[in-house]
Design a protein around this ligand. Structure first.
Ligand SMILES: [Fe+2]
Length: 249
């Protein structure tokens, strides 16, 4: 099978993946990637196929109701997230072709495609696992080491929440509110992620990401982003956030 045939097969596989994405399958591991991703801390890559894949949701599409509606979750995961996965694989294939042909005329375009689509794939993969059904793992407040780190980094949990909600609410256009572990200071920082890839400091690993692109909330909340952010706290899975901090400390 030559490279083009491989690409065609990959496209067909991705199309099949999008259909399959509408049938949620519970992850074998709590974080989704434990068994389907060779133990890596983020799901979304198939080592056997050597390609990025759409990870399963760790709950049903209607599990976050009433705060995030089923239709939004189906479209968001099965269509929007899948598009980033496809775009990332395609950009990497194109760059491999460029190396093969020793022709880098489009390296700028495809490098940007890797960052945009790769950023989207990573942040969505974290976002799904950052959430859990309300009153069944979602909501409440963090405790233990995570609570102490939040207090140390922001003064208090309430201050962190207010800061995070303001940052997420003020993202210009499409983007993310991100709570990240900073490898330099060892503390948590809040940043705004514009689009899928802009405004990072590079030392920050996202541990809690909130998608504030309109596709994440418009069907239910229309233009009321602040209301979406306020309700989203009811589905935040703090034990997942704590696990992500432990992986990077
Ligand atoms: Fe999104």
């Amino acid at each position: 099978m030559n490279r083009r045939e491989m690409l065609a097969a990959s496209s067909l596989a991705t199309a099949g993946l999008m259909t399959a994405a509408f049938t949620p399958v519970a992850s074998a591991g709590r974080h989704g990637g434990d068994t389907e991703n060779g133990g890596r801390t983020l799901p979304g890559y198939d080592a056997d196929k050597d390609e990025f894949v759409l990870p399963h949701l760790p709950y049903d599409y209607d599990a976050l109701e009433p705060h995030i509606d089923e239709q939004t979750m189906r479209l968001h995961h099965g269509a929007h997230h899948a598009t980033y996965v496809r775009g990332l694989n395609n950009a990497l294939d194109k760059l491999a072709e460029a190396r093969e042909a020793d022709d880098f005329d489009l390296v700028k375009h495809y490098s940007r495609e890797v960052s945009f689509n790769g950023g989207g794939h990573v942040l969505h993969s974290i976002f799904w696992h950052n959430m859990a059904p309300p009153n069944n793992g979602g909501g409440g407040e963090p405790d233990g080491e995570l609570r102490e780190l939040i207090d140390k980094s922001f003064g208090s949990f309430e201050k962190m929440k207010a800061h995070f909600a303001a940052a997420a609410g003020a993202v210009e256009g499409g983007g993310w509110g991100i709570l990240g572990h900073d490898a330099m200071s060892g503390k948590l920082l809040i940043i705004q992620g514009e689009n899928q890839q802009k405004l990072t400091t590079w030392a920050i690993t996202p541990v809690l990401a909130l998608d504030v692109w309109e596709h994440a909330y418009y069907l239910k909340y229309q233009n009321r982003r602040a209301e979406y952010v306020e309700n989203w706290w009811n589905v935040v899975n703090w034990s997942d956030v704590a696990q992500r901090v432990r992986w990077h400390m």
